[in-house]
Design a protein around this ligand. Structure first.
Ligand code: TXA
Ligand code: MG
Length: 306
């Protein structure tokens, strides 16, 4: 029997909050991708997240809040630039990296002095977190290194009965993960391009965001990540795609490349469908790397890495 429940059923939020309170894990909808959520206040739930995902311990998790009031509990300090950005962008697909408080579990931060935090725009997610009464830690609800889930069915396909409940709120509207900005360095750094366009964030703050420096700190920054089983070939134009497709009848073109929002919203579902159909070669047109195109390029590049 499937453990998927509809987000609009009367008792869904309550059931999800009960599962979290018991130390269980839920598939939680967000506007970016579905998360595998466990209570940030329960060490057993946190370690179960790593087990279920097959994620190496030490890859830190994002803390999800339902409201701004809880921020001070988890962050030691919030720099002025972050305050401005958070005020304008939350709830939404922005994650900020801040100095952690002592209330954050080492399992969440991977023993780092920093913590990643966001407030999701998805209302059902916020209701669940609010009813739980604590923050939740939620990585994307996929097996480690696999394509992120953008529907409840994707969560079921990857994690099946290992989650207590999967809350189905329909397909994610944005479809790529949140943008992560590190505010613990002297100049804010972009750790992961995502659902919030970098250009918009820079305009809101009135400052330039730097490229990430030092060793790879976000697992999303590993060269190969978000990868389907089929080989992914990147091309620059439709005409290039057409010549590959005519030489390789077994290949499939990822569609919706004409519209960045549609491309982002459908990218992971299309990769999963191609795997499901046994497509050995996936062809994707790389968009210009600006706006939402920056995140799409990043995910395509990682998916195509051998
Ligand atoms: O849109 C999203 O952010 C989704 C939804 C579910 O909210 N979540 C998500 O989580 O993408 P995950 O675990 O798949 O990716 C979190 C990224 C990882 O690359 C992780 O390394 C990075 O955030 N991260 C978390 N805490 C960090 C920290 N303290 N320092 C550096 N990177 C951190
Ligand atoms: Mg992930």
């Amino acid at each position: 029997m499937s453990n998927i429940v509809k987000s609009n059923a009367v008792d869904t939020v309550e059931r999800a909050a009960e599962a979290l309170a018991r130390g269980g894990l839920i598939g939680m909808p967000t506007e970016t991708v579905y998360g595998l959520a466990g209570s940030a206040a329960n060490e057993q739930a946190l370690s179960k997240i790593f087990d279920v995902k097959g994620r190496p311990i030490g890859h830190p998790l994002i803390v999800h809040l339902s409201s701004l009031d809880e921020l001070d509990r988890y962050a030691l300090s919030v720099p002025q630039a972050a305050v401005a950005l958070i005020g304008a962008c939350w709830p939404g697909p922005l994650t900020v990296l801040l100095q952690r408080s002592r209330h954050v579990s080492d399992l969440i931060t991977g023993n780092r002095s920093t913590v990643a935090i966001r407030i999701p725009a998805n209302e059902c997610a916020r209701s669940i977190i609010a009813m739980h009464g604590h923050a939740v830690a939620a990585p994307s609800a996929n097996r480690f290194g696999h394509v992120s889930p953008t529907t409840a069915q994707h969560v079921l396909d990857d994690l099946g009965e290992h989650v207590d409940l999967i809350v189905d709120d329909g397909p994610c509207t944005i479809g790529v993960e949140s943008t992560i900005i590190d505010f613990t360095s002297p100049v804010p750094q972009l750790l992961r391009p995502g659902g919030f366009a970098l250009e918009d964030l820079e305009e809101l703050m009135g400052i330039h965001v730097a490229a990430p420096e030092g060793e790879s700190r976000a697992s999303g920054m590993l060269e190969s990540h978000y990868a389907p089983q089929g080989k992914v070939l990147l091309v620059n134009s439709l005409s290039e795609a057409k010549s590959v497709l005519s030489a390789h009848p077994e290949a499939r073109l990822i569609s919706h490349w004409e519209s960045l929002p549609l491309y982002a919203a459908s990218l992971y579902a299309q990769m999963r469908q191609a795997d499901h159909d046994g497509v050995p070669l996936i062809v994707a047109i790389t968009p210009a790397p600006s706006g939402l195109g920056r995140a799409i390029c990043d995910r395509l590049k990682k998916a195509s890495h051998p």
